[in-house]
Design a binder for this molecule. Structure first.
Ligand code: FAD
Ligand code: UDP
Length: 393
């Protein structure tokens, strides 16, 4: 049987970016597997029965401050500029989220200026000596009242625990503004792949050195394929048979609804930080720019069981992950990457950046080894040689 240079588990951003780099830059033979029946991981999108482009695993909006990440992905897709907007339903009104000047004015029936709202928020805020938790982050900026209106209920639903139990980094993802900027993100690059994520992944994985096997889990083939090194982007605790115990993940159930109208709701996403069992409702056509006489929305219901979508950023989970990380470092020939492989609440661009960094590390090891070998053989390390020397090891 053929020997691969790399077996990569998981065809999401982490696995696919690494597969493409190793195949196209280092002439490596890569077997990329995924237990699902499609590529693109959680970013997978497809056209539903009515021809509307939808995201199977919830809304994915691309945004980054990294020129390198944006340029890298631009090799595989054109883009549609898109600035994401969110409204939150609070006290029977729809108001901009993140909280900004208009949010405060609408909610309290005021007409404050940017300067006045700064004072208003300062008068509500409860200064905290140390910002350790997701509760501290919000209360220290906007006070308990706004925290309870916008964050407490949403976070308890989403994570199944109180914000005071979560690392500060979770709610720190959402800023507070005193101006009228109502964009959800302010990153330098904000755009959606023009033909969808799945098409972008198809372009990424089209290299002849990459073989893709779907409907294939790592455990079912590990004894039957030959490879030099492994890159694992599934859950790190699963790889080590949960030897230190299970790392907690949060899941979601998605409920899609088609409507016979071109537009269903007044914003791309509406957040429900209240008693509804769902956290948010997304209308895909805003994101994709598609024109169609029908529309599709998706409700997100947080779950404790199901596909592992979110690592849960809590101090005790960080400590448990560190044990797995130490084991991973001691496991030769196996690399871990991605949101599940490194147990990090990463956005897509962060996963791409992480994968490019890991690629450079792997490639340097490899190029270093080629140099040592070619010195031994008194030959120069030409690209052709580099493609052959190690794979014939
Ligand atoms: P994944 O996409 O999860 O890919 C891992 C793959 O590995 C999966 O396809 C899985 O099937 C496969 N796998 C796992 N174990 C095995 C195994 N044992 N054998 C074979 N295959 C295996 N990020 C943004 O930047 N913007 C957003 O708007 C955004 N919205 C999101 C909304 C939701 C609801 C969720 C859940 C995430 C969102 N993200 C968003 C985050 C984004 O999905 C991730 O950053 C990114 O997809 C992670 O890529 P990955 O390759 O690490 O993991
Ligand atoms: N959050 C909240 N209310 C909101 C929006 C966000 O409490 O209206 C909190 C919640 O804990 C959420 C976190 O901020 O999980 C991060 O929000 P983000 O929109 O980045 O979540 P994601 O898109 O990753 O699910």
């Amino acid at each position: 049987m053929k020997r691969f240079d790399y077996l990569i588990v998981g065809a999401g951003f982490a696995g696919s970016v690494l597969a493409e780099r190793l195949a196209s830059q280092d002439n490596k033979k890569v077997l990329l597997i995924d237990k699902r029946n499609h590529i693109a991981g959680n970013a997978y999108d497809y056209f539903d029965k009515n021809g509307i482009l939808i995201h199977k695993y919830g809304p994915h909006i691309f945004h980054t401050n990294s020129g390198e990440v944006f340029e890298h992905l631009s090799k595989f897709t054109e883009w549609r500029p898109y600035q994401h907007k969110v409204l939150a339903q609070v006290d029977g009104q729809l108001v901009p989220m993140p909280i900004n000047l208009d949010t405060i004015n609408k909610l309290y029936g005021l007409n404050l200026t940017a300067l006045q709202v700064t004072d208003f928020l300062a008068s509500m805020a409860e200064p905290r000596e140390k910002i350790l938790t997701s509760e501290d982050v919000v209360i220290s900026k906007v006070g308990r009242e706004l925290y309870e209106k916008f964050f407490r209920g949403y976070t308890r639903k989403q994570w199944g625990c109180d914000p005071s139990e979560l690392d500060a980094s979770v709610t720190a993802r959402v800023p507070t503004r005193t101006n009228r900027d109502d964009r959800y993100f302010t990153d330098t690059y904000q755009a959606m792949p023009l033909y969808g994520y799945t098409r972008m992944f198809e372009n990424m994985l089209g290299h002849p050195n990459i073989k893709v096997m779907l409907n294939t889990s790592f455990s079912e083939i590990t004894d039957y394929v030959f490879y030099n090194e492994l890159i694992f982007t599934g859950p790190i605790d699963e790889y080590f048979n949960y030897c230190f115990g299970k790392l907690p993940y949060r899941s979601l159930e998605f409920r899609f609804e088609s409507h016979d109208t071109p537009v269903y709701q007044p914003a791309p996403v509406i957040n429900y930080p209240n008693d509804n069992p769902y956290t948010r409702v997304t209308e895909f056509k805003y994101l994709t720019g598609q024109e169609h006489r029908k529309t599709v929305i998706v409700y997100e219901y947080p779950r404790s069981e199901g596909d592992p979508y979110y690592p849960v950023p809590k101090p005790e989970n960080g400590l448990l992950y560190k044990k797995y990380q130490a084991l991973a470092s001691a496991t030769k020939g196996v690399y871990f990457a991605g949101r599940l492989g490194t147990y990090k609440y990463y956005n897509m661009d962060q996963v791409v950046a992480q994968a490019l960094t890991l690629y450079r590390k792997i490639s340097q090891n490899y190029n270093g080894a080629v140099e040592v070998l070619s010195k031994k053989l008194h030959i120069s390390p030409t690209p052709a040689l580099m493609g052959n020397v190690l794979s014939s090891d």
